[in-house]
Design a protein around this ligand. Structure first.
Ligand SMILES: Nc1ncnc2c1ncn2[C@@H]1O[C@H](COP(=O)(O)OP(=O)(O)OP(=O)(O)O)[C@@H](O)[C@H]1O
Length: 265
């Protein structure tokens, strides 16, 4: 299904999309990373963005949330222009970017407290949320560990905690499960499912098709900077698995299965 059809369907249902990208375009020199992408994430959906390495997922999500200025096009969060009204747009969303930059010489609790204070969250509410997030993310044992000394998976978890802290309506998560151990991943999945069940919307990018199939109700497949399929999961994959659909649309590597013969010799 074309993404315009998704937009028409959600508008017909009287819903403002959680995220709407229109004509987003970005080139780095001669490399077109994202090519005039239109994408609609319906409110209340659990949206998975998949694509091979270099497809443009991180670039598209960075522009969507206001971290990277597009060459052309725009992004709206619940109808709020991300570039026109960044303060309101940022209040509506929580973001887990790829390659997180955050104050690192703080413990997890100090980091959440500091960011919560910056966001003007009332002290008692902030203390309660911080404790709850550290509990749920199982970061309590690392009470005295500075974020700079966290493992990659722990950094993902504290990053997700900072994204959730102000109670956003939309979460935009770039590879949230990368390097996260299975036990922590199960906890993160539960948090995200609960978030969507309570009315929140999630957009996540991932390479792991099984995970996207398990969690997401709506998906988009990107390749070479373009969206090649988008819509409800069941419509995009049809009778196939998402992985089969992905390989069919994106194309398998013609070199796969051949070459490197010296490895077996
Ligand atoms: N800052 C940059 N400078 C130059 N080229 C860039 C920059 N950021 C991204 N690119 C290029 O843009 C293209 C898209 O990259 P992007 O990181 O958005 O893809 P991706 O789908 O997130 O990939 P991956 O799954 O490997 O993380 C790639 O060709 C990449 O090399």
């Amino acid at each position: 299904m074309e993404t315009d059809a998704v937009a028409q369907r959600s508008e017909a249902a009287g819903q403002v999309p959680a995220l709407r990208l229109t004509g987003l375009h970005k080139a780095f020199g001669a490399t077109v990373a994202v090519s005039h992408v239109d994408l609609t994430v319906p409110g209340g959906s659990f949206f998975g963005l998949v694509g091979p390495n270099g497809a443009g997922k991180t670039t598209a999500l960075s522009m969507a949330v206001g971290l990277l200025r597009p060459d052309e096009g725009g992004s709206e969060v619940f109808g709020v222009d991300v570039w026109g009204d960044p303060v309101q747009a940022r209040a509506l969303m929580g973001v887990l970017p790829d390659g997180l930059a955050m104050p690192e010489r703080l413990t997890g609790r100090e980091l959440l407290t500091f960011l919560g204070q910056l966001r003007g969250i009332e002290p008692a509410v902030l203390a309660e949320r911080t404790q709850e997030l550290l509990d749920v993310m199982e970061l309590n044992d690392a009470e005295t560990t500075l974020v700079v000394d966290y493992s990659t998976g722990m950094r993902k978890k504290i990053g997700l905690a900072t994204a959730l802290l102000h109670g956003p309506r939309l979460l935009v998560l770039d590879e949230p499960f990368e390097a996260v151990d299975p036990v922590s991943a199960a906890a993160l999945k539960t948090i995200l499912i609960r978030f969507v069940e309570s009315g929140g919307s999630v957009v996540l990018s991932s390479h792991v098709m099984a995970l996207v199939e398990q969690l997401c109700d709506t998906v988009a497949i990107m390749a070479k900077g373009r969206v090649v399929a988008a819509g409800p999961l069941a419509e995009v994959r049809g009778e196939r698995t998402l992985e089969q659909t992905f390989v069919r649309l994106v194309g398998s590597d013609e070199h796969a299965g051949r070459g490197l013969s010296w490895l077996a010799s």
